[in-house]
Design a protein around this ligand. Structure first.
Ligand code: ZN
Length: 441
């Protein structure tokens, strides 16, 4: 039987989510061999690394053999800027996206028409898993343009048959007006931006709980379970975590289903592994480590064993929803995000978890790092509710004490806590800027 055509012919679009595991593994192996051959034939950097290891695509005989293949890193994308990792000729490339790149050149990613079709199909599967369908009105408030968020979600929502409202990022008042006037039922944006919309709606006298909005598909930055609880409480929607990265395809590498027990990876297209970030050794299922992804069907720019820097684990056992696709734990941290404060590893998500457990705080915070006489200082600025500021001074002192104790406990180091008024920390249109590092060497 031809697996490729059987998958494509299946209906509905999410049928591959329920494929028998043996069938899925056969398909993965077939595709792994094809993608390795494609990269070996056309990508100089990959061929060179294969030659160094004295291996060829024909040496891939089982899925476990993937561990023999070399890793690809973000540095490889920068070093080969702009088109050095392309495996197809430019005439077959129908789209280019690029990351904003904080320093120097951005990284560039490419798509053939078939890549765009795969991208659309995985997003349709994401949205279906969130219970969305034709008839839903979906507002896409991820940035459109070179960033993959906006256009990725847009094609997926259209592929689903939903009505798409392509607002892109920015202009919160207009976002809220359209959400209300158009009867939007689902919102796609970063969780931070949605928080901003919740606050702004309240200021405008719009009660988000009264709107038809019932779902939010949030991604492009790590966020926590506490943040989900806050968002759901304030807006009365069901909040879903979606995962993706431009290097692999954009949003749609994985997404939660309605059980909210981890994110299903669309592993017929993206093969996940967990490795020890220090040694590069493959870790057994269930162990926490760095997520490594291989694109099994990408044509324009195949990624073999791409190191995502995202820390998670593969959850064992089948999801109650019946999908056979494996799940990863929600990504709370990236190895890139790790701050080293006086020798202790600190992640911004730990701060978020600690502060959201304490009543009277708002989910807006910022970490300020300074260095005083060679010693690192960390200050956590946390917004508190207006009621708190109007309350007796004792209440504020009590809140400060609780926060101090929670943060000391979670982080294992003494930090300075500063309570600030609501709306005093700058809001973000996209990904939140959580850390300001003013340490100089
Ligand atoms: Zn599920």
């Amino acid at each position: 039987m031809n697996l490729e055509s059987s998958v494509i012919d299946c209906h509905p679009a999410s049928a591959p989510d329920y494929m028998a595991v043996s069938e899925l593994n056969n398909l993965q192996l077939q595709r792994l061999r094809a993608v390795t051959t494609l990269a070996w034939d056309h990508v100089k950097l990959f061929r060179g690394r294969m030659d160094e290891r004295n291996i060829q695509p024909k040496d891939i005989r089982s899925l476990e053999d993937i561990a023999q293949l070399p890793f690809t890193t973000k540095a490889d994308l920068r070093d080969t800027y702009p088109f050095g990792l392309f495996a197809t000729s430019m005439k077959d490339v129908v789209r280019l996206h690029a990351s904003s790149g904080t320093t120097g050149k951005p990284i560039v990613v490419a798509y053939t028409q078939k890549d765009i079709d795969v991208w659309t199909s995985v997003l349709v599967r994401c949205f279906s898993g969130c219970g969305l369908h034709r008839g839903d009105i979906m507002q896409i408030a991820y940035g459109y343009g070179l960033f993959t968020g906006g256009l990725g979600a847009h094609y997926g929502a259209e592929g689903l048959g939903a009505t798409v409202v392509p607002t892109s990022g920015g202009n919160a008042d207009r976002q809220i007006m359209l959400m209300k006037d158009f009867g939007v039922t689902a919102m796609c944006c970063t969780p931070t931006y949605f928080l901003h919309l919740i606050d702004r709606a309240a200021e405008m006298g719009v009660d988000m709980k009264e709107l038809p909005l019932r779902a939010g598909v949030f991604g492009a930055e790590p966020w926590t379970e506490s943040m989900r609880a806050h968002i759901q409480k304030m807006s009365n929607i069901e909040a879903f975590d979606i995962y993706g990265l431009s290097e692999i395809i954009g949003p749609g590498v994985g997404c939660e289903c309605r059980r909210h027990q981890g994110l299903h990876i669309f592993e017929d297209h993206f093969y996940p592994e967990i490795i020890d970030p220090e040694t590069g050794a493959t870790l057994p299922e269930g162990c926490e480590g760095e997520l490594v992804l291989t694109t099994l069907s990408k044509q324009a720019m195949p990624m073999i064993r791409y190191r995502t820097r995202d820390i998670t684990r593969i959850l064992s056992g089948q999801c109650e929803c019946g999908r056979t696709l494996r799940r990863i734990d929600r990504i709370g941290r990236r190895s890139d995000d790790m701050l080293i404060i006086r020798g202790v590893n600190v992640f911004p998500s730990q701060v978020e978890t600690a502060l959201l457990q304490i009543k009277g705080t708002l989910p807006h915070y910022q970490i300020l790092l300074t260095r005083n006489q060679g010693l690192d200082q960390m200050e956590v600025r946390v917004e508190v509710t207006p009621q708190m500021f109007n309350d007796k001074i004792g209440a504020l002192q009590e809140l400060h004490r609780k926060l101090q104790s929670a943060l000391d406990h979670v982080l294992g180091i003494r930090v300075r806590v500063a309570l600030v008024e609501a709306n005093s920390i700058e809001r973000s249109e996209g990904k939140a800027k959580r850390v300001i590092d003013r340490r100089t060497a």
